[in-house]
Design a protein around this ligand. Structure first.
Ligand SMILES: *[C@@H]1O[C@H](CO)[C@@H](O)[C@H](O)[C@H]1NC(C)=O
Ligand SMILES: *[C@@H]1O[C@H](CO)[C@@H](O)[C@H](O)[C@H]1NC(C)=O
Ligand SMILES: *[C@@H]1O[C@H](CO)[C@@H](O)[C@H](O)[C@H]1NC(C)=O
Ligand SMILES: *[C@@H]1O[C@H](CO)[C@@H](O)[C@H](O)[C@H]1NC(C)=O
Ligand SMILES: *[C@@H]1O[C@H](CO)[C@@H](O)[C@H](O)[C@H]1NC(C)=O
Ligand SMILES: *[C@@H]1O[C@H](CO)[C@@H](O)[C@H](O)[C@H]1NC(C)=O
Ligand SMILES: *[C@@H]1O[C@H](CO)[C@@H](O)[C@H](O)[C@H]1NC(C)=O
Ligand SMILES: *[C@@H]1O[C@H](CO)[C@@H](O)[C@H](O)[C@H]1NC(C)=O
Ligand SMILES: *[C@@H]1O[C@H](CO)[C@@H](O)[C@H](O)[C@H]1NC(C)=O
Ligand SMILES: *[C@@H]1O[C@H](CO)[C@@H](O)[C@H](O)[C@H]1NC(C)=O
Ligand SMILES: *[C@@H]1O[C@H](CO)[C@@H](O)[C@H](O)[C@H]1NC(C)=O
Ligand SMILES: *[C@@H]1O[C@H](CO)[C@@H](O)[C@H](O)[C@H]1NC(C)=O
Length: 380
């Protein structure tokens, strides 16, 4: 009897110790979690305080200053920033994992002390269409935000060298740093060295969308891009590229968008395309692309945007282009201006645009009027 009761006392003592251990752990866990979140909320407030709000700096007509509504007034929890406009938290951990401040009228500089870099669990970050006052992109993006899968810093007036640390963001599937240059006349471009471009492509093995329009490179296109097999969209317009475009890029299995327009020193030619090619949008306008348009272009069944204007293609157009029934945009401005070929003007009467009649989705061809009497020859 006594033995029984002593044993049950012993058991309940053990239970008690066990349960209190669990409870302590739970309390500690909840506490650390809440503390982590409180710190992230104050990081967000610090981020907010480093900028002025200026309606005119965002181009989107629907722009509004999301951060103006971020406040702790009357919030005794001091940790409910998950409900703030543009802030996304993980349901289980409570950490801030998404920040969407696209077109949010933010104006000011970002430096490496910014609260942003305390949001170490961020997976999606969109700061596009704001005015970051020609700040350099701090290397802490690469050091501290290593969970990022989506990073959009386009159209936001960053400038200077893109830090090599960006290539540490090995989970990125989208990187957009386009159009930081064109927004205002006196802006300073973003720049990327060839070595950094190479390590970017080498390290970002999950990259699908790589958009670096108007990032100044003054280099050749690294041939390692032919190995970026996850790429669906590659945009390198206006990057001051030169040399020969690696033709293997056209054969990337998932590539739907290829845009290298406005690189007048970029030389290249079109390969033979087969029917498994996924290209939807092809823009080589205002480059030094040349050679024949291959008849196999008719295999680009998904193509809906084609800009081959202001290049140096040989002015004979394969009639198979009439098979591109998905096309709804076609620009062939200056298609006939082949330099050093004197026969251009003389062949005019043989030219025909009959294949264009089969492209029923195209509703406007302003360039056709421009090149009247200098229309590409129908050769098939
Ligand atoms: C960084 O920016 C903050 C404002 O966001 C400013 O108070 C601070 O002085 C800046 N630090 C440096 C080193 O420029
Ligand atoms: C505290 O947080 C909880 C859960 O996020 C919320 O339901 C509650 O309204 C908050 N209380 C105050 C005073 O903000
Ligand atoms: C923009 O940067 C300049 C220096 O580069 C600084 O003097 C100015 O205060 C900054 N403006 C804002 C709004 O941060
Ligand atoms: C980045 O943001 C801009 C809007 O500011 C948007 O137009 C663009 O599509 C975004 N890029 C990507 C790759 O999502
Ligand atoms: C590539 O990413 C790894 C981490 O994933 C990093 O340790 C390495 O420094 C990166 N390399 C470059 C060249 O940035
Ligand atoms: C692409 O990858 C293959 C196999 O991994 C490798 O042999 C080749 O050198 C790579 N190409 C470039 C340009 O790095
Ligand atoms: C093209 O190359 C020439 C000669 O190397 C150079 O002078 C010119 O600035 C380049 N133009 C562009 C737009 O890169
Ligand atoms: C089509 O081209 C791709 C590369 O772009 C290649 O992998 C595939 O084998 C080709 N298919 C045929 C039927 O030739
Ligand atoms: C344009 O391409 C042609 C041959 O395709 C080449 O001879 C010429 O040097 C290129 N021009 C420039 C500016 O790259
Ligand atoms: C268009 O495609 C069909 C098969 O889909 C083919 O028979 C025809 O020859 C093609 N037309 C041209 C002009 O290439
Ligand atoms: C000029 O064009 C004609 C056909 O229109 C072609 O036979 C000739 O080879 C071209 N010459 C050069 C230098 O491209
Ligand atoms: C171009 O053609 C005209 C006559 O049609 C001729 O006078 C001129 O010499 C030719 N120029 C060249 C470079 O062949």
């Amino acid at each position: 009897m006594g033995m029984e009761s002593r044993r049950s006392k012993f058991i309940s003592l053990r239970c008690f110790i066990f349960l209190s251990l669990i409870a302590t752990h739970c309390i500690l866990f909840v506490k650390t979690q809440a503390l982590g979140q409180v710190d992230e909320c104050s990081a967000l407030l610090q981020f907010k305080e480093s900028f002025a709000i200026s309606k005119s700096v965002s181009a989107d007509p629907l722009a509004y200053p999301k951060v103006s509504f971020w406040t702790r007034e009357g919030d005794r929890n001091r940790s409910n920033c998950c409900s703030w406009d543009g802030v996304e938290c993980d349901e289980e951990s409570g950490h801030v994992i998404g920040l969407d401040l696209r077109s949010s009228c933010l104006r000011g500089s970002i430096n490496s002390s910014n609260g942003l870099f305390r949001l170490v669990h961020l997976q999606r970050l969109d700061l596009s269409d704001n005015h970051f006052n020609f700040s350099q992109i701090p290397s802490r993006f690469g050091h501290d935000l290593s969970s990022l899968t989506y990073l959009n810093l386009s159209n936001s007036l960053f400038s200077g060298q893109i830090p090599s640390e960006i290539s540490k963001l090995s989970k990125l599937s989208t990187l957009d740093m386009s159009f930081n240059y064109q927004k205002v006349d006196d802006s300073i471009p973003l720049k990327l060295t060839k070595a950094n471009m190479r390590s970017l492509v080498q390290n970002l093995t999950a990259i699908k969308q790589l958009h670096l329009n108007w990032v100044e490179m003054y280099s050749t296109v690294p041939d390692i891009l032919v190995n970026a097999s996850s790429l669906t969209s590659l945009q390198l317009g206006g990057c001051q590229l030169n040399g020969e475009f690696p033709v293997g890029i056209f054969h990337l299995p998932n590539l739907e968008v290829l845009s290298v327009y406005s690189n007048s020193n970029l030389t290249g030619y079109f390969p033979n395309f087969n029917r498994s090619n996924a290209l939807k949008n092809l823009n080589v306008g205002a480059t030094n692309f040349s050679g024949m348009l291959p008849a196999s272009m008719g295999n680009l069944q998904s193509l809906n945007f084609l800009d081959i204007s202001n290049c140096h293609f040989y002015p004979l157009v394969p009639s198979s282009l009439g098979n591109l029934t998905q096309l709804n945009y076609l620009d062939m401005t200056s298609f006939n201006d082949v330099p050093n070929n004197n026969s251009t003007g003389q062949l005019v009467s043989e030219y025909s645009l009959s294949w264009i009649a089969s492209l029923t989705n195209i509703y406007d061809l302003p360039w056709v009027h421009q090149i009247q009497g200098k229309i590409p020859k129908f050769c098939g």
